[in-house]
Every structure is written in structure tokens, then in C-alpha cells.
Write a protein that binds this ligand. Structure first.
Ligand code: CTP
Length: 405
């Protein structure tokens, strides 16, 4: 069993979802894990420490200065022993404290002192969860390398309906089990994934060109995330200012036609394509071999359409997963759905590129996923790395469900 002998710290903070932590404790203990429950003062207002003690068969830690063993410092001992720290439920308060590095109780001191992976399962009111302060703090925790267990949507205990319901204990248990099983982190092992990124550049003459504002950050983050999960990744990129990530194959292209050739040549050999690139829809009809000299008269450039790479992939699609992007400035929902069907995609990631705080060039993004079956999943503003992880999670689900026919 993957969990036997594993030392897991379960941090419980003060939210109504604390009752779900009881089930999680029980599942982990039954699977053979040593569960060390650490409660905040507020958590004890919801569930008694005795409940966790009975379920984990161990003493519960709730007092930083209750040093039972004079030979040890309890929070350091716990921190050193931990194989994994899971905070479930995580309130907005603990998220803020951890983001700020505050250490004022047993749980925060243990987390700060530990080198173990830390997972956060938020549970709160939908408006609290989407508040920029909470989202910024979560982004900070992700930068520290913490893993976020996204809350689900639904009827919340406070009466609101929306995102903020802590992930079910059974699902968290499965994640923990997967983490400790040898397959962990390599859920894309054996998969071949092609990612395109960045803009294309369409020459007018040797010194001038037409391009767009794509930075490549989103596509590079996806390529990196997929490679980290064990996929054989080919990244086909237009010109960007970024360092190529550590992937199996990196192909630099400039024009849409070069990208078209690079992608279609490899299409038969891959299991999935994530088409993040912002491909120029048009190119100059004629590329001048010499620099075009200025003249007094007006100048217009004739443009001819470029091939739509993704549409072509959609037409030729066999058993593969196709994920597209839709960069829109208006009618996002309508245009995204249209592209999803017109290009025969399994999923499209739509974003509003008119917003200055996200999208092109930014490290953050706010996207909505649309699926072939009509499902829609809006995400909060988050780092592009986090969006990349979410896209990989969806891709994994699409692989598992045998979609892509
Ligand atoms: N795409 C492509 N080849 C093109 C144009 C777009 O492969 N010549 C892909 C992009 O990589 C993206 C998706 O199609 O995954 C949608 O791109 P977008 O620019 O949003 O839409 P277009 O189809 O170009 O439509 P429009 O410009 O009218 O919004």
C-alpha cells in the first residue's frame, strides 16, 4: 500500500468543512498512514480534538507550547517527520498567513519549518474565494511550490451558490494515494503531446514584418507542465523572448506556413495537440527581397490568408485530443463555442485579451474552458503556470475518458 508508513500532517483550520477532515483522517488512517492532526484554535470551534484523536489514534496538536517531550521541540519534530502536509479545510486566514510567512501557532510554525510538500484545500464563501487578496495569496503559495486543491462549485454552507466548497475527502484521499504511488507525477508517461506557442511573424521585406502581441508564456508553461508530468513534448514556437523549456523537442519557426508544416508533419505521431500559438491569419501576398523605400504616395499591402492550422488538424482528427485557444475582445462565450465546433476540438481555452491585467505578456491569465459536451468551466485570475496545470488536469481527464474520437 502506497500510504503505509507515510507521515502525513493534516492541518485543520476553522471552517465548517472541518467535518470533512474527519472523513479524510479516517480514510488515511485506515490506509495505514500515520496522520498527525494539527488544529488551529478556530478549528476547535467546529470539531473537537477528541474526534480527530479517536480517528487517527494519535494525539492531536493544537498548542505550540505544549511540549510533551522535553527532548524535542514538537513543531520542529513534526515538520521534520512529515512526508506531506495537507491543510484541509484551508480558510482565507491561513492562506493569508502562509503567504505572508506568519508563524503564530502550531500549524503555521510547523508548515514554515517543514521541507515536505504542502497542499492547500480551500473552503470558503464564493466571494471570499474570488477576492483578489485571496487569489493573490494563493498565487504566492503556488510560487512557493504549494499545491492547490481547487474547491468545487455548488451550494455553500453560507447559502451562496458558487466556488468555495472544499474538495470531497475521498477525492483528496485519492490524490494523496496517487502522490505516494510510483505513478505519481507521471500521469502523462508514454503520451506524446505537441504544443504550439508564441506569435508568428510574417515578413513584408527584410526589415519589416506583421506580428501580434503573444509572448509565448502560456504555451511554454503548458509545455513545461506536460513534460514535468512525463509526456514526450514537442514545442513548436514562434519568436519569443523566453528560454526554451526542458522538453523532448523544440522547434523554432517564424511564419504561419512554417508552423503549419512543423505541426502537420508531426500530427500523426502525437496523442494530443495544445494549440496556444497566436497564428497570424494573413501574410503579405508578396515579400519584397529588398527593403521597400519610402515614397510620397500612400502605401497599402495586399494580404492573403494563411492556412488555419487548427482547423486542418480538426478535419484530419482521428483518436486524438485537440485543445485550442480563443483570444477574444468581445462576445467571448459565443466566439469560443463557435471555434470549438468549427475546428472540431475537444476543449477550447478562451480568454479576454482586451483586459490589461491579464492575457498577452502578463504572468497571469483568466480563462474559461469550454468542452465539446457543452460543459463550461470558468477559472479565477491565476498565474499562467497554474492555468497550465489546470489545462493538463483537463487533458488527463480527456485521455482517461477515452475522448478524442
Ligand atoms: N489558429 C491556427 N491557425 C490559424 C489561426 C488560428 O491554428 N491560422 C488556432 C490558434 O492557435 C488557436 C485557435 O486557432 O488555438 C483560435 O485562434 P484565434 O486567433 O482566437 O481565432 P481565429 O480562428 O484566427 O479566428 P478570429 O481571428 O476570427 O478570432
Amino acid at each position: 500500500m502506497a500510504l503505509e508508513q507515510k507521515e502525513i500532517i493534516l492541518g485543520v483550520t476553522g471552517g465548517i468543512a472541518a467535518y470533512k477532515a474527519c472523513t479524510l483522517t479516517s480514510l488515511l488512517a485506515k490506509a495505514g498512514a500515520a496522520v498527525h492532526v494539527v488544529m488551529t484554535r478556530e478549528a476547535k470551534a467546529f470539531v473537537s480534538p477528541l474526534t480527530f484523536q479517536a480517528l487517527s489514534h494519535r494525539p492531536v496538536h493544537d498548542d505550540l507550547f505544549a511540549e510533551a517531550d522535553p527532548k524535542q521541540i514538537a513543531h520542529i519534530d513534526l515538520a521534520d517527520r512529515a512526508d506531506l502536509i495537507v491543510i484541509a479545510p484551508a480558510t482565507a486566514n491561513i492562506i493569508a498567513k502562509l503567504a505572508a510567512g506568519i508563524a503564530d501557532d502550531m500549524l503555521t510554525t510547523t508548515v514554515l519549518a517543514s521541507k515536505a510538500p504542502v497542499w492547500i484545500a480551500p473552503a470558503m464563501n464564493v466571494n471570499m474565494y474570488t477576492h483578489p487578496a485571496v487569489q493573490q495569496n494563493l498565487n504566492k503559495l503556488l510560487e512557493y511550490g504549494y499545491r492547490l486543491i481547487e474547491p468545487g462549485e455548488g451550494q455553500l454552507a453560507c447559502g451562496w451558490v458558487g466556488k468555495g466548497r472544499m474538495e470531497e475527502p475521498e477525492a483528496i484521499f485519492q490524490m494523496i494515494e496517487a502522490h505516494f504511488s510510483s505513478k505519481r507525477a507521471h500521469d502523462f508517461a508514454g503520451r506524446r503531446i505537441l504544443v504550439t506557442a508564441g506569435p508568428t511573424v510574417e515578413k513584408i521585406d527584410p526589415v519589416r514584418y506583421i506580428t501580434n502581441r503573444s509572448s509565448g508564456k502560456m504555451g511554454y508553461a503548458i509545455a513545461e507542465a506536460a513534460a514535468a508530468r512525463g509526456a514526450h513534448v514537442t514545442l513548436i514556437s514562434g519568436p519569443t523572448a523566453l528560454q526554451p523549456p526542458n522538453v523532448a523537442e523544440f522547434v523554432a519557426v517564424e511564419t504561419a506556413e512554417e508552423m503549419y508544416r512543423a505541426v502537420t508533419e508531426r500530427y500523426d505521431d502525437v496523442d494530443a495537440v495544445v494549440k496556444t500559438a497566436a497564428v497570424s491569419d494573413y501574410r503579405p501576398a508578396v515579400v519584397s527581397a529588398q527593403k521597400i523605400k519610402k515614397a510620397q504616395a500612400d502605401w497599402s499591402i495586399d494580404l492573403v490568408p494563411n492556412p488555419d492550422i487548427l482547423e486542418e488538424l480538426g478535419r484530419r482528427k482521428t483518436k486524438k485530443i485537440l485543445i485550442g485557444f480563443a483570444a477574444e475582445t468581445e462576445n467571448i462565450d459565443q466566439y469560443a463555442r463557435k471555434k470549438l465546433h468549427a475546428k472540431n476540438l475537444d476543449m477550447i481555452v478562451a480568454n479576454n485579451v482586451a483586459r490589461a491585467d491579464i492575457g498577452f505578456g502578463s504572468d497571469n491569465n483568466q480563462v474559461t474552458f469550454y468542452f465539446r459536451d457543452g460543459r463550461v468551466k470558468p477559472l479565477a485570475v491565476m498565474s499562467k503556470k497554474r492555468v497550465a496545470d489546470e489545462i493538463c488536469n483537463e487533458l488527463n481527464r480527456l485521455f482517461a475518458s477515452g475522448d478524442g474520437a
